[in-house]
Ligand binder design. Structure first.
Ligand SMILES: *Cc1c(COP(=O)(O)O)cnc(C)c1O
Length: 368
């Protein structure tokens, strides 16, 4: 069986360093807000290319804290609108609505699967304050035009970098392209912890200070509470593990890029549509999505050939039960079609040559 992603194999690649890091924390007797967090935050900020990095509980919280900080600092108000790609993972949208902001869902470009820069302007109103740009599937979603629209309409550009650790745009890392970015270290992400974890990166000191407080009961100074915060911290064991894995992130991403190259060169089945190919700098291939009108059949066919695939994502946010009535009557034909046609092929740093070749052959033989 070719698994979609074997976390056991991912961890095994760096087992010695990871065990050493975990043992160091266990033996230290210090498990929260200590030297491991400080070190990882400094290393990750340097890697991303931002002034600040604030570790927090998970990726959803990272995004929630960014918008909450905008509200606490008076830059945004409840009811303001945030533009977000309609085909994103629901966490992006939850971070907006959790803060009493309005998510304005904008269709993706069906060729790139990323937010369509040509549909943004028509969605902007007097209430629009921000774009939450999601680098979905590991592809850089930023474009010059998006930057220009943010400048023209004074929109705060926030990045959801949960799927694109290490990706670049003109040499700059995603996570440093906007005012602030949320990162997830969920185990399956390109930079994954051994449990939950997240971080915010930003160059803005006020935002950084506010977010650090929000994630720590709303307190900057012990027992003095400025905000009604919550407890959302990155623990020392995860920070130590992440610091190890960060050292190998570029190498891991280049292995993903090798798998993607094999798929782009080998997959020739006219029934399967691949997203437009980007230079490696702009895509770290968190996932490898393909589109197929007979998606269910394709998935079954691949399973019969011992290839595990997943769907990202079967139900778009606007059709989720939790959002019934939120966007009454909204029709998003591209997003809805992608939800019916998308299938993610196995990709990761541990996929062997013969495994990728087997995936290519099976995909090409489908329907023949
Ligand atoms: C994984 C993910 C999140 C949420 O991250 P968690 O750490 O699981 O909370 C947010 N946005 C996107 C696009 C994701 O893929």
């Amino acid at each position: 069986m070719i698994p979609f992603l074997s976390l056991k194999d991912v961890t095994a690649r760096y087992a010695d360093e990871i065990h050493e890091a975990v043992n160091r924390v266990v033996d230290s007797g210090w498990y929260l807000q200590g030297a491991e967090n400080e070190r990882f935050e400094a290393h990750y900020a340097e890697y991303v290319g931002t002034e600040y990095c604030i570790g927090c509980g998970n990726g959803l919280d990272a995004l929630i804290w960014i918008y909450r900080a905008y509200i606490e600092s008076g830059i945004m108000q409840k009811g303001d609108e945030v533009i977000v790609p309609a085909n994103t993972y629901i966490a992006s949208v939850l971070a907006i609505t959790e803060n009493g902001l309005k998510a304005v869902l904008v269709e993706p470009d069906p060729e790139t699967l990323e937010l369509d820069e040509n549909r943004i302007e028509e969605a902007i109103t007097a209430q629009t304050k921000s774009i939450l740009l999601v680098h979905l599937y590991g592809r850089c979603a930023y474009t010059e035009k998006i930057g220009e629209l943010c400048a023209k309409y004074h929109l705060h550009l926030v990045e959801d970098n949960a799927q694109a650790h290490g990706c670049r745009y003109n040499g700059k890392r995603t996570g440093s392209l906007g005012e602030a970015a949320g990162h997830s270290f969920y185990p399956g992400k390109n930079l994954g912890a051994l449990g939950d974890g997240g971080a915010v990166t930003t160059d803005n000191k006020e935002l950084a200070d506010c977010i650090r407080a929000l994630a720590n009961y709303g307190s900057q100074k012990k027992y003095v509470n400025q905000y009604r915060g919550r407890n959302s911290r990155l623990d020392e064991i995860q920070a130590a593990v992440l610091d190890v894995k960060l050292r190998h992130l570029d190498e891991d991403n280049s292995l993903r890029q090798k798998v993607a190259k094999c798929y782009y060169e080998g997959i020739k089945n006219p029934m399967i549509q691949l997203p437009t190919q980007l230079p490696d700098e702009n895509n770290v291939y968190h996932l490898f999505p393909v589109l197929c009108e007979r998606r269910e059949e394709l998935q079954r066919y691949l399973a019969q050939h011992d290839i595990q695939t997943l769907i990202h994502y079967p139900i778009p946010p606007h059709l989720q039960e939790c959002y019934a009535g939120e966007w009454e009557g909204l029709s998003l034909p591209i997003t809805e079609r992608l939800a019916k046609q998308e299938l993610s092929l196995p990709i990761g740093s541990c996929l062997k040559n013969e495994e990728m070749e087997k995936v290519v052959s099976a995909v090409n033989e489908f329907g023949a």
